[in-house]
Design a protein around this ligand. Structure first.
Ligand code: ATP
Ligand code: FE
Length: 347
């Protein structure tokens, strides 16, 4: 079993070749950060055009790196949503072209299912497990019950944490993406100098909020500027440390509640924010406290990539799922049919 996986729902054009046993023969990711850097966020039209221009190159690279041809493929999996519609459409059209041209099965994949099933690709874990997805565009707890069976336990009601890190970096004139630069500053900072809120912690359940944290940081920054005429190096570091600690505490406490509400043997994390050392350590501690294993797949498989899409396609294919040439690109596609669509999914 060999699948091609195609991903183009945000600002990464990605393709990968993955085998049924979880071997990743190739995984190519072409980012677009430089195309959007002047605009302070991903510009959907620019992203769509870049995906359309690069998809065939990226697919070609994945095939040649894997040492296979289209004739060796069992099927084609593609992100069919949720995401920026122009990019998703470009990927879906590419996948349809290959599937139709070679008479291969086509499998549409939910991008979030791709992230959520990654621990099975990397570590072959069994169902059920808890997945905390924390990226620039998403933040939610999913109980993963099966390849197509997810229960959403809660999520952000406004910004995703990655987005909040990026906005904080912007406020403090630190380089983008904000996560790594805030983390680097935080290393030299005192997390106790500034008092930042812990939004929604006083409320039961697993919903989270991060926009208030960013607003509070903005207010503190402006106070400092008003008092001192500017920001000192140490102010930046202390604000970053306070911010990162607040995010880590909220994610940890909500993870503890999610594990208590829905006990499972494994807590897994995916998304770019999972790179953060303090957040990882906090989640690891929560898992240990609940007697669960903690798993963070390698970062290149935690952020957007084609391998997770190929794998989620393989899992669906094994359940007998096939899509036709009428497969639609969906800007919104909640994983959990029982849950309302996520609010403010960000960029
Ligand atoms: P998605 O569509 O999956 O949301 P994305 O491109 O927004 O995709 P990712 O690529 O998974 O998200 O992650 C990028 C985000 O992760 C950025 O917001 C970035 O600031 C954040 N991030 C990266 N490294 C760190 C870190 N060390 N600490 C905190 N946040 C980080
Ligand atoms: Fe993603």
């Amino acid at each position: 079993l060999i699948f091609l996986g195609i991903e183009s729902s945000c600002d990464d054009t990605a393709a990968a070749i993955v085998c049924g046993d979880g071997r990743i023969l190739a995984s190519v990711v072409a980012g677009q950060t430089e195309l959007h850097s002047d605009f302070g966020g991903v510009v959907p039209e620019i992203a769509a055009r870049a995906h359309a221009e690069r998809l065939d190159v990226v697919v070609e690279q994945a095939l040649s790196q894997a040492g296979v041809t289209l004739d060796d493929l069992t099927g084609v999996a593609v992100t069919a949503g949720p995401g920026l519609i122009g990019g998703v459409m470009a990927g879906v059209m590419m996948a349809k072209g290959i599937a139709a041209g070679r008479s291969l099965p086509l499998v549409g994949v939910n991008h979030l299912a791709g992230h959520a099933l990654t621990p099975r690709l990397t570590d072959g874990v069994d169902f059920p497990y808890l997945m905390l997805l924390v990226s620039g565009g998403h933040c939610q707890f999913l109980r993963v019950n099966g390849p197509q069976d997810f229960t959403r336990l809660g999520g952000t009601i406004d910004d995703a944490p990655g987005e909040a890190f990026d906005k904080l970096a912007k406020l403090l004139a630190l380089p983008q993406p904000g996560g790594p630069s805030v983390e680097a500053e935080a290393m030299r900072g005192d997390p106790d100098r500034f008092d930042l809120p812990r939004p929604l912690l006083d409320r039961p359940g697993c919903d989270m909020s991060f926009s208030g944290l960013k607003t509070a940081a903005l207010r503190l920054r402006d106070q400092l500027i008003a008092q001192q005429g500017g920001l000192h190096q140490q102010d930046r570091a202390d604000l970053c440390a306070a911010f990162q600690t607040a995010v880590a505490e909220v994610l940890a406490e909500k993870s503890r509640r999610a594990l208590a509400a829905s006990p499972v043997p494994l807590l897994a994390v995916a998304g770019g924010v999972a790179a953060n050392g303090q957040i990882r350590a906090a989640l690891q501690q929560v898992a240990a406290g609940a007697g669960a294993r903690f798993l963070a797949p390698p970062l290149r498989l935690c952020t957007d990539n084609g391998a997770m899409i190929a794998w989620a396609g393989i899992e669906r294919f094994r359940l007998g799922h096939r899509d036709g040439m009428d497969l639609a690109a969906r800007p919104r596609w909640p994983l959990d049919g029982r849950a309302a669509p996520m609010l403010g999914s960000g960029k």
